[in-house]
Each structure stands twice: as C-alpha cells, then as structure tokens.
Design a protein around this ligand. Structure first.
Ligand code: GLC
Ligand code: CA
Length: 530
C-alpha cells in the first residue's frame, strides 16, 4: 500500500468559520470548495473537517444526530462528494471527524433508547440505577454538572462525559461496535481518506464512569482497524489527552493495528497553572522545545509524532506563546519553523498560516462556546474574581479564540460572509489572506516556503531527529538523512543571543529575517543545510 502518512500536511478546517457562500453567516462546503486553489497553493495535501454532520449544535457539531449525512447548514451529501473529487484532483485528501464516544441526544438511537428499558437501543448507551437515591458516582462532566443525568421517564441515569446532550455510547455492546464499523466503511468507500478520532481514549469506562486505558480500548480500536480502517489504508489521528509516549506507542505502533498516530498536547498546556485553561502563568519556553523533543525521541522508531499547536479547542498560538504586540511576524514564523522542522504528521489549523492572534471579546454576549459559558459559571461560583477578571480569564483560554471566521479580505466581515456571521469576525490590518498573499514577507508566504521544503527536502520528510541544545531561549536540533543534515535554529526570546558554535555556515534554506547575522535576533528561525 502507498506510504503517504508521514508526508501528510494536514490542514484543519472548522467548517462553520471557513467561508460562507449563501449569506446565512455560517461557513459551508461550497465555501471550502471555493478555497481549494488557496489550500493547494499553501501546500497542504490533506484536510481534516471538524464535524459537519446533522447536529443540534449544543457543542458546535461534536454532538452528532446522524453519522451518515451532512448538516443542512453545511450543504448536502452530493456537495460533499463533489468536494471529495475536486480535492482529489488537486492532490488533497479529506479526513472527517470521528466522534464516537458519544452521540447527540437527538440521534435516533438515543431517542429510541430513552423510550423504555426494554427498547432494542437501550444498551447502545450507559444506564445505571440510582445508588442510595443518588447518582452512581461524583464525577464531573467536562461542560459542568455530574456525568450522570437522571431520566425521569425510565427511572435511570445515563452517562455523559461532556454535555447532557452528548450521551456516551456503550462500547461494550457489540451492536454499537458493528454500527460504527459500518459507518466508517460508508465514508471510506465513498473516498474519505481517514479520520481524526475525537476523545478516542475515552471509549472504555469502568462501572463508575471513570475512563480507563487498557485492554478493552485496544481491542475496540483493533476491531475498527481490522474491519474498516486497515483494509482502506486510512490515516487515523487520535485525540488523546494525558498520554505518555509509551501509551501513545501502544495505540499506534505498526504491529498494533489500531491508530496511525495520536495528538500530544503537553506543550499546549504550558502557561496554564496545572493545565487549567482559565489560569494563566508565564510560559516556560525551554520546556516547549524539550517536550517536543521528548515526543520526537519517544516515537522515533515505530510511530509518527503529530506536529500541532492550534486547533478549534485552543486560543491562537501567537497569543499563547509568541509576542503579538512587538514581534507578530517573527514569533509566529519562529513557532512554525520550530514545530514543522520536526519529523511527523504536520497539522495546521485554519488561520494559523496567517499568524492570527486571538480575537478580542469585549462582553459575554460575544461568546458562543458551551465550555466558555460553563467556565464563566465556575469562575463566578468561586467568589474570588470580579466580573472584569473573569472576562480576562475567558479571553485567555476560551475555545472561541480559535473559532472566529477567517479574514479573507479587507472588506466587510473579512469577506467571510455577506450576511451576519454566527460569531464575530475580527479583521486586523495585515492579517487577511488578501494582504498576505500580496506581501512576500508575510506569515502566509513563510508557511508556503516552509511547507514546500517539507516536501522537497528528504531530510525534512525522512530525517532522524536529534536535539543538540536548548538553553536560555536558543534551541538547535537536526534532521539527518543519508549523510545530509538540516539544522533548525530557533531563538524563543525577544532578545539577541550569540550564534551557538554547533551551527555550521552551510546554506540557509529557510529564515524569517532578510539576511543572516553573526548573532541570533529576537524570534529568529533558520533552517540551514550543513
Ligand atoms: C473533543 C473536541 C471538542 C469537543 C469534545 C467533545 O475534545 O475537540 O471540541 O467539545 O471532544 O466531543
Ligand atoms: Ca452558509
């Protein structure tokens, strides 16, 4: 089978915020179709579409009401097929979001399941009797409240790790697994190339609703692989939180027959006290590269690391880790050059290629995200923060920071829609596709050059990784392949520093300053063929 996984440059699209073609303020499939030339020019060869299935939208599509259709606000199944074939013609594969830990409570299976205890779909979900008149455990759901929701009509609780409109599927039930296998084959047979697998390490739970990592998880994934993913050569990237490299290998090693790769988000948790998204602290910049290097080494032999720093659940990397005030171009490109010089599957989130900073949210009315609303309530309930402090914390951590529409042009609503966007559009001078396409020194052009090198330089595709140094804001690592070496040199600080002695004269193949100096300048990045 063709080996394409390690050459993948995957671009994540959040369909709702990409491009709206009918003026309803919601991005759609036709909008994505219209941007294929842009994506091809950027140099990506795969797209991951966040959910665009029918959904009541309690969690913006991560609550799916029908696994085998397209939501009417996004288009039709025929339009999806057109997108698949037009993308293919441009060398772009399409991955969908596989959200199978839970469905929407408006999914037909759940509608049936809640009718009665002996309904044939009852066991598709996880039901428990009360214990001493209470919920079976005290665990809290991701979006607030207990993970157990009382169902008055049938006198039992059902489990939901996320909102109560997202009941968890019962993976112990072989019928559920068969439904999912069939659904995966439905999309793969149509030509979909793979999946990003939502909270995939949560499928197996114990009696109390605790997520467990172990044999059952492996056997569920192995079944999906054997009966659907493997035969199609599908690329799968698991969304996994809190795994060690060893656990990641146990899910992705070639011989395991489970997933291709898993995301790791350890570096994304930096700058948050205890990983809490509402609690900022200074970012440990040395740790950033150290963590990435740990994963490069940890997965060097039997898996592909996934190179990621933004997605629809995160504020913009420039605002989190860079310097949007003083060095927006330099710090956005340095972060990109540091991350995408590494070995692995490159994943870029829409707008990251423009070096977008976070949008500014002035009031609660401007937010749309269920997690942010819950964060507001939780922060308020502590009684420790003023309204102003709460808003500042939400601005720091809200998922909506990454969900505002792409600014295509300097025109009204950034050219995203002719109507009223579902969430505010932020259009800052210099941060639109229109301007950056015309400017050779933009973040967009840097990304184009960088992604081209990831394909043309064998070192950047296949080269082994080694960290040479990481001290006081200066990092150097290498990629080596068949006797050739590329040095990636980064300055993660707003001050100058001496050029490390290990860096050869060589040929600069990528840089974010116009020339080469004796020293390293603020947020400089260099790729040097040694
Ligand atoms: C994943 C998604 C997130 C969603 C959650 C529940 O973490 O990325 O957006 O809210 O799963 O499906
Ligand atoms: Ca639309």
């Amino acid at each position: 089978m063709e080996r394409w996984h390690e050459q993948t440059i995957l671009y994540q699209i959040y369909p709702k915020s990409y491009c709206d073609t009918n003026g309803d303020g919601i991005g759609d499939l036709k909008g994505i179709l219209s941007k294929l030339p842009y994506l091809q020019e950027l140099g990506v060869n795969a797209l991951w579409l966040s959910p665009c299935y029918p959904s009541p939208g309690d969690d913006n599509g991560y609550d799916i009401a029908d696994y085998r259709d397209i939501g009417p606000e996004y288009g039709t199944l025929d339009e999806f097929k057109t997108l698949l074939s037009e993308a293919k013609a441009r060398g772009i594969r399409i991955l969908l979001d596989l959200v199978v830990n839970h469905t929407s409570d408006e999914h037909r299976w759940f509608q049936e399941a809640r009718k009665s205890r002996d309904n044939p779909y009852r066991d598709y979900y996880i039901w428990r009797d009360p214990v001493d008149g209470h919920a079976p455990s005290d665990l809290k759901a991701a979006f607030g409240g207990s993970i157990w929701e009382w169902d008055e009509a049938t006198g039992q609780y059902y489990l939901h790790l996320f909102s109560k409109k997202q009941p968890d599927l019962n993976w112990e039930n072989p019928k559920v697994r068969q439904e999912i296998v069939d659904m995966i084959n439905f999309w793969l047979d149509m030509g979909v190339a793979g999946f990003r697998c939502d909270v995939i390490n949560s499928l197996a739970k114990d009696e109390d609703g605790n997520v467990v990592f172990g044999d059952r998880l492996h056997s569920y994934l192995h079944q999906l692989h054997t009966e659907a993913l493997g035969p199609h050569g599908a690329l799968t990237i698991g969304e996994t939180w809190g795994l060690s490299p060893e656990q990641a290998l146990a899910l992705t090693g070639e011989a395991r027959g489970e997933l291709t790769s898993t995301f790791q988000f350890e570096h994304i948790l930096l700058g948050r006290i205890g990983g809490d998204k509402w609690m900022p602290e200074p970012v440990d910049r040395t740790a950033f590269l150290d963590i990435l290097a740990k994963w490069e080494y940890g997965l060097a032999n039997d898996s592909y690391p996934v190179l990621v720093m933004e997605n629809h659940d995160q504020p913009r990397a420039l605002s989190r880790f860079g310097d949007p005030e003083n060095y927006p171009y330099e710090s956005a490109t340095m972060l990109g050059g540091m991350l995408y010089g590494m070995r692995g599957i490159a994943v870029i989130y829409q707008g990251q290629e423009l070096g977008l900073p976070n949008p500014v949210f002035e009031t609660m009315d401007e937010y749309r995200d269920i997690e942010t609303f819950n964060g507001y309530e939780e922060l308020k309930a502590t009684g420790q923060y003023s309204e102003e402090e709460i808003l500042a914390r939400l601005q720091f951590g809200s998922r909506d920071c990454g969900r505002t529409p792409i600014p295509w042009t300097t025109g009204k609503e950034g050219g995203f829609t002719t109507g009223t966007p579902w969430i505010k559009t932020q259009v800052d001078p210099g941060f639109t596709v229109e301007e950056q396409s015309a400017d050779p020194d933009s973040v967009l052009q840097f990304y184009r050059r960088m992604l081209a090198l990831r394909k043309s330089e064998p070192c950047m595709t296949d080269g082994a990784f080694a960290l040479l140094m990481n001290e006081d804001g200066t990092g150097v690592y290498t990629r080596t392949f068949e006797g050739e070496t590329v040095y990636v040199v980064t300055r993660f600080a707003d001050t100058e520093a001496a050029m490390p002695a290990c860096v050869p004269q060589g040929e600069v193949i990528l840089q974010n300053y116009k020339d080469r100096a004796e020293v390293l300048r603020p947020y400089e990045v260099l790729w040097i063929k040694g």
